[in-house]
Design a protein around this ligand. Structure first.
Ligand code: NDP
Length: 314
């Protein structure tokens, strides 16, 4: 294994990673950024981004990430392809293994590895990706104004997404596999009192259908029970809200996380409990999960990294 020493290592290429790269690049920290599992991050899986400030006409998710990448390159950031496969944060410099072969020693580390939305695992979710299947109502809900959508899940996220979608769509089906909602009481009440939302308890999704995009969902009521029933419901959009998995596994032995795996940081800062190691974006944010909030935390992490290097004369 060959080792390389860098002053600032950034892992992940979503809005948090690229923003951290832009700021640390401009501050002459010679940052190295590894793109991670999904180059460009979750935004590359969505079509149009209409709520990122500065784009009055909206912008494609991939285009936005390409722009952020170019902006980072302009400030000399070295952007590399590779996935962080192991970490040793027991002492500085911190050691990160890339693709199981190369070890990078970093004086500061910015973890911006994001979170991955969970999917049901149906073939149709892939088939209709970007054609009616979404895991983010705030991102894509606008395209379903006056249309019919289904949301899968029974937690707070599903209820929040269903409520949001009901403000745009003409009808929202909430597909819940159990006979109760896991969401908080207040969210449940909001759902059950919304005339546009119909909760389908004890329902599972068997698949989707449609010629040029989602046109309907195959549902199974009381799966595996004697009175199991299968039927189709026409819909235009299919939203997953069955949880996210933060990409924090390799850091868990060294950092505090919540029970889902989101990295815990000090108050509103991106500081983790390891000095010089910062967490930015969705990997540390179970609440907002927006491109703009991720970008903002990437900026904070960069400023913190710069201060840390100065304070420690590194
Ligand atoms: P949760 O884990 O709380 O809920 C996931 C939901 O998806 C559950 O209803 C679960 O069903 C369902 N689900 C999981 N897998 C499948 C599957 N394969 N098929 C069908 N359904 C499935 O995740 P959330 O994202 O909703 O919330 C995460 C955390 O964030 C929670 O602590 C939540 O309280 C919090 N949160 C708080 C908000 C707020 O306060 N405003 C807003 C959003 C989130 P089952 O119940 O059967 O397991």
């Amino acid at each position: 294994m060959s080792n390389e020493r860098v002053r600032c290592l950034i892992i992940g290429s979503g809005p948090a990673g690229y923003t951290a790269a832009i700021y640390t690049g401009r501050a002459n920290l010679s940052p190295v950024l590894y793109e991670g599992i999904q180059p460009g991050g979750q935004l590359t899986t969505t079509t149009e981004v209409e709520n990122f400030p500065g784009y009055p006409e909206g912008i494609g998710g991939t285009e936005l990430m390409d722009d952020l990448r170019k902006q980072a390159e302009r400030f000399g950031v070295e952007i590399r392809t590779g996935i962080a496969t192991a970490a040793d944060l027991s002492k500085s410099p911190y050691k990160i293994t890339i693709d199981n072969e190369k070890v990078i020693e970093a004086d500061t580390l910015i973890i911006s590895t994001g979170a991955t939305a969970k999917y049901l695992g149906l073939e149709d979710e892939k088939k209709y990706a970007g054609m009616g299947v979404s895991a983010c109502a705030t991102c894509d809900g606008f395209f379903y104004r006056k249309k019919i959508v289904a949301v899968v899940g029974g937690g707070d996220t599903a209820c929040e997404e269903a409520t949001y979608l009901a403000s745009l769509a003409s009808k929202v089906y909430l597909v819940v596999r159990k006979n109760y909602l896991r969401a908080s009481k207040i969210m449940q009440e909001r759902i059950l009192n919304n005339p546009k939302i119909e909760v389908l308890f004890e329902h599972n999704v068997a698949g989707l259908y449609g010629e040029n995009g989602v046109e309907g969902v195959h549902l199974v009521k009381k799966l595996g029970q004697p009175d199991e029933e299968r039927y189709d419901v026409p819909i235009d959009g299919f939203f997953l809200a069955i949880g996210h998995k933060p990409n924090s596994d390799i850091f868990k032995p060294y950092l505090d996380t919540d029970e889902t795996g989101y990295i815990l940081t000090e108050g509103a800062t991106p500081r983790t409990k390891v000095p010089g190691v910062f967490a930015a974006g969705d990997v540390a944010d179970p609440h907002y999960r927006q491109a703009i909030t991720a970008a903002a935390s990437g900026c904070k992490a960069a400023i913190e990294a710069e201060r840390y290097l100065t304070e420690h004369s590194l």
